[in-house]
Design a protein around this ligand. Sequence first.
Ligand code: ADP
Ligand code: MG
Length: 703
Amino acid sequence: MDKNVLNGLFRPKSIAVIGASTQPGKIGYTVVENLIKSKYEGKIYPINPTASEILGLKVYPTISDVPDSVEAAVVTVPAKFVAQVAEESGKKGVKGFIVITSGFSESGRRDMEDEIVQIGKRYGMRILGPNIVGTLSNADKMNASFAPFLPLPGKASLVSQSGALLIAMDASTYTRRVGFDKLVSIGNMSDVNFADAIEWLNEDPSTSCISLYIEGFKDGRQFIEVSRKATKPIIALKSGVSAHGAAAAASHTGSLAGAAKVYGAAFQQAGVVQASDLDNLFDRTLALSLQPPMTGENILIITNGGGVGVLATDAAERYNIPLKFAPAEVQEELKKHMPEFGSAKNPVDITGMAGTEWYHDTIKYAFAHPWVDALVVLYCETAMTDPSEIARGIKSAVDESGVKDKPVSVSFVGGDKSDKAMKWLVENGIPAYGAPDVAVNVMAALRDYARMRAEAAEPIEPCASENRQLALDIINRARTDGRDALTEVEAKEVFAAYGLPVTKTHLAKTEAEAIQLANQVGYPVVMKIVSPDILHKSDAGGVKVNIKDDKAAGEAFSTIMENARKYKADANIHGIAIQEMAPWGTEVILGSVNDPTFGPTMMFGLGGIFVEVLKDVTFRVAPVTSTQAAQMLSEIRGAPIIAGVRGEAPRDRKELANTICRYSNMILDLSDEISESDANPVLVYEEGKGVKVVDARIILKKK
Ligand code: ADP
Ligand code: MG
């Protein structure tokens, strides 16, 4: 995309307001008024067929009547007229078409939306909305919206899918003291979507951090791709965390994949920091817009109170950056700047006696020390100290330390004076919060950001697909049969085509054949029912393990057949699978879904029969790199089980990670075919001994 193409939406030199009104209170009036109030320096052209003047501006009957060129049009006319004004605007050479009007896809009229998009395409005119508030920019002194005023100026820019929330957040930038440069209402995203906005804001000189309020979108892969390339921090609040479409899932994975989990995984891969709620979005945005990322592990906390120090310590643990003590030489130096009864451990407690000087001296020294990767400064208001003086001391110490590549955050606990001091700190580039927990939470965001950035720079391995045709043949055969579920035998053949280590499996139609194949495989063997109508084989009494001889094999054949008939009288039975009996190993599950937003997505978790109960699973959008696969192994709750607990040897994590990568390549390569799949269980052996897929399931996309 030519990045400048969106200038017409976000930084236009002239704006027509189509549907401008003479009546105060109408949106068409408010937009004109807001443009004037915000001191917009470009040309404003109100368009209205009957009026002659609005707020002192000359009105034109149609956009075609405007004597000069027009870069953007803000549209407030009723939905049924929007296509017509789009056509006129396109002809006029408008570059950005900002549709405030609602009554489109959000109320069942996608057709009307599509029509506008088609017109836009024809004229090379980009469309924002419809169903939006508009767009606001402090740098351009432009309030092209019906939100009453520009936000508190700052370095972050916000893109919001909800218009109402954007207006509310606009107002709260003042009370929360989190500044924004641009607010972009993105609405139905008929044309310009999150990825487009991110790409543009990443180049915008007045934006240093991109905040997103997301309800849901379609172009997940484009979002990941663009976000990975962005050089500015992106933070997202995703609402709607309840599971979607997971209810009637045919595989384990399907029932475990909720929207929230998949979005969360995608954000990780995209290098997007997440916010847990609205407060958190503001808090983290402030830090990300003012401070550099945190590279490294060591946070040093400096405090004048034990209580807030402990709260911050707890928070550090909670947000996965547990505190460590600084090296002895650092502690010794710190000791020089505090009374005898202070503590130079971590938190560094310079005591309630601490005045500006002690704060200043400890901060100046500690911040510059190479051991310290980030500094959190806490202050409890006391009767003897003046919060604003402490604030100035903190700021000058930070400046004098000369450090520019490490973050600092502050928390003052107290009353009005502390509040004022924090306001001053924020205005001077240091994020400050009323609670110690938050000062630590934002550090976690800065650290996540640094870690994810490093990962996003890693190349994505190419997709291996040597045996694609083999897999397609198996799939097509099942389709010819009128099936959309592969049997275990078929699914394993597809898996094997992509290099996944499956148990050797043969199909027996008769008892005699079963015995012969069991001998060929070698005892002990496992025997299982093979029927497209029986997906959960154990439930049907369709699995017998540890079969040791011909007699047992013969008996198992008839028992399994009988059980299957009892379970489902008219089941189409292909036969019985004879397979090698894999030795015991740790049971894990690998699986995939085709997520409506992100497409083929991998799942990994602890397997076995409790997987749906424990829900100890994690997701990544395919393809999964080896670093990401390794992360998946370490981020489930049961990670220690795979790492080896209580004297048990560690499991073969390397081979398990490789298997995840290969599996993810398979679902990506066959994304037109596979809807859901799982391998449950996959047995994982000791380090160096690999893994074995003992059960496989593939559900095909309906065609
Ligand atoms: P389903 O999940 O359809 O009930 P599985 O093929 O997963 O059937 O078999 C049930 C259980 O039997 C597995 O969870 C595993 O513990 C064991 N099992 C199945 N196949 C093998 C095999 N080839 N080697 C060892 N154990 C097996
Ligand atoms: Mg199974």
